[in-house]
Write a protein of this length. Structure first.
Length: 167
């Protein structure tokens, strides 16, 4: 996991989540552009150190939203009709979104690879939403993702360590 052990991550999650929540509350809109640039650099660094195939917590814990385009693409890839794909693999959640109907994901292999990687849902392709503007567009989501993704933990922890400028 790079510079953080599993034990460090487990012990520090709660503290980092609280600090990050406070950081976000005090963040000014004018700071978003600077934060996006820093997040982009930290995202690149995190994924040089962290191998998703060693973790796959997202696939094991978070059923992704599967939009209409995703449903059509995946069904075609699997040689199914969209309605068959929906009935077999999806459910509608409390927000009326289609999501995978099982956790861990049905398409997660034992080696943590994905059976449908080339056609995976947009939500999977964009997770953990930490690259540049994705970071600031999803700024409140990261507090939850600290629990699942060591890369998010790493990025947020590094952002919190950045010395604050005087206003």
């Amino acid at each position: 996991m790079g510079s953080y052990s599993e034990k460090d991550w487990a012990l520090q999650k709660s503290t980092v989540k609280k600090q990050y929540s406070t950081f976000v509350k005090h963040l000014k809109p004018k700071d978003h552009k600077t934060l996006a640039k820093k997040a982009e650099d930290l995202n690149e660094q995190a994924f040089e150190e962290i191998d998703c195939l060693q973790c796959a917590n997202c696939c094991k814990s978070i059923p992704p939203i599967v939009n209409r385009t995703d449903r059509q693409r995946i069904a075609k890839y699997l040689g199914m009709k969209v309605t068959e794909f929906q009935e077999q693999y999806l459910k509608v959640d409390g927000d009326d979104d289609y999501v995978m109907n099982s956790t861990p994901c049905t398409f997660l292999e034992e080696d943590n690879s994905c059976q449908i990687y080339d056609v995976r849902p947009k939500a999977c392709r964009q997770y953990p939403h930490t690259d540049g503007n994705e970071f600031t567009d999803n700024i409140n989501l990261h507090v939850q993702n600290i629990d699942y993704c060591p890369a998010v933990f790493h990025i947020v922890n590094q952002i919190l360590a950045i010395p604050k400028r005087k206003s």
